[in-house]
Design a binder for this molecule. Structure first.
Ligand code: HEC
Length: 145
């Protein structure tokens, strides 16, 4: 009996550890997205002077993050518990979640390819990327408490 309890505890501990890594990795990736979008959003709104180099750096950061967003590795089955805002809906609708990730990847790649060099050319790209972030969060991220 004692051993059974110990085994149970060990199992919980191991699964908590196994979850910690993809959760931390995906949060770090999303945090970096947030930083890049901070620069891009402020520039698009005219709150920050247009700086083509800073804009390209932020777009490339977003695109690199998009390429790293491996849905299977970062959102493995069972990683919906712990210190995470990932919604259970992700694992109920993996196809929809993957499609939402693909839209963001496409928007980030398209923005880098477009290489916006003015406020007018940047704004639609930021709008398109922002929409993909928002669409995914609305369905697949739990609201902040
Ligand atoms: C395919 C879905 C998806 C897309 C696309 C997406 N996110 Fe997220 N985002 C999530 C999920 C799910 C979480 C919650 C992760 C967790 O807590 O485990 C999250 C969390 C975050 C966080 C909080 C990170 C933290 O420190 O806890 C920020 C900031 C963020 N996203 C910004 C962005 C931005 C900016 C974009 C677009 C450039 C974006 N996200 C695109 C799904 C997405």
């Amino acid at each position: 009996m004692k051993y059974a309890i110990l085994l149970c505890l060990a199992g919980t501990f191991v699964s908590t550890l196994a979850n910690a890594e993809p959760i931390a990795d995906r949060k770090a990736l999303m945090k970096s997205n947030g930083e890049a979008m901070g620069v891009l959003g402020a520039t698009a709104k005219g709150e920050r002077a247009f700086d083509a180099a800073a804009v390209m750096a932020a777009l490339e950061q977003l695109n690199a993050n998009a390429e790293k967003l491996d849905v299977e590795a970062l959102f493995p089955e069972g990683s919906g518990t712990g210190d995470t805002k990932a919604a259970p809906k992700i694992w109920e609708d993996m196809a929809g979640f993957t499609a939402a990730a693909d839209k963001y990847k496409e928007a980030a790649a398209a923005a880098v390819a477009a290489a916006p060099d003015s406020l007018e050319t940047l704004q639609p790209q930021v709008g398109a990327i922002g929409q993909t972030c928002g669409a995914c969060h609305e369905t697949y991220r739990l609201p902040s408490t």
